[in-house]
Design a protein around this ligand. Sequence first.
Ligand SMILES: NC(=O)c1ccc[n+]([C@@H]2O[C@H](COP(=O)([O-])OP(=O)(O)OC[C@H]3O[C@@H](n4cnc5c(N)ncnc54)[C@H](OP(=O)(O)O)[C@@H]3O)[C@@H](O)[C@H]2O)c1
Length: 299
Amino acid sequence: MNPVNIKPYKLPSDATWLVTGCSSGIGREIATLVASKPSQRIIATARNPADLSYLPDDNANILKLTLDVTSVDSVNAAFATAAKHFGKAFHLDVVVNNAGYSLSGDTEGATEKEMHQEMETLFFGTVRITTRSIEIMRQAKDRRGGLIFQISSLAGLCAFPGHAFYHASKFAVEGFSESVAREMHPDWNINFCIVEPSGVKTSFEGHSKANIKPHPAYVGADMPARKLEGYVRQGLKLGMGMEPSTVAETLYKIASREERVPLRLPLGAVSWKMAKSKFETLLEEFDAVKNISAMGEEL
Ligand SMILES: NC(=O)c1ccc[n+]([C@@H]2O[C@H](COP(=O)([O-])OP(=O)(O)OC[C@H]3O[C@@H](n4cnc5c(N)ncnc54)[C@H](OP(=O)(O)O)[C@@H]3O)[C@@H](O)[C@H]2O)c1
């Protein structure tokens, strides 16, 4: 396997960050944190630019842009405006693919439009921003390199009932990102960090949840997805989950600590423990099928 993220990453003192989905939650906290650092620049983006009013208007290091990751025209326009705003000094150092929402409910009940929209946002949205960012990062003559954070989820490592398309999109982001990270020439110094948080206290379970029309075969309270919904409701009531500001601080730490960037970063105790347990179980399952898998070969 080609190694990834080989050299320690050094955040330039005048780094430019691009963050998607800054209207609320994790994106908003990252934008707020980066904007508070005097010499860092931020391209904060949102579908509705009015949602970025929490950032000052009179700071040349802060550029607020409209960006819908599902629209090629919108992505092209945002990159063109950023290049024009910063002029000759335009470069991209850190990119955070954060925009997203969850499509929840019974898989059999999902419409073509619902399932495509989820993939369009979480997967193809990430693809669009990533490929354009790599192009800029590898071409920068005097500061080649960069760091791309992909905000995946514990849901990109483990799959739970009732969120098939959300999981599929996040798993796709993980596979895409690992492959692209391995595709980079070592001299380009382009680093990837796939971030896998468990519950974060944002509006994700409200504003950013699209619900599939319930399917009659799955309404029973004993159905796995209904049970999971019960646990999630209970967790929300108890105020469980991480603060989005803590997620933002952790990403800033990864970017600025001048160490090798981890390719995968489960965030939060729940994520770390569940992900570890998943892979331990997977290894046991591999051992259980070892003889069949070998198909007569030596293993
Ligand atoms: N909260 C959690 O428990 C959790 C856990 C693991 C991973 N995550 C991931 O974290 C990321 C951020 O979520 P959050 O928790 O911070 O929730 P959030 O506060 O609801 O933020 C979601 C953001 O994505 C934006 N967005 C949605 N569709 C978009 C599109 N087509 N183009 C541009 N922006 C779009 C939303 O903008 P609008 O305001 O315009 O809708 C909003 O700014 C998501 O990728 C999510 O999957 C969240």
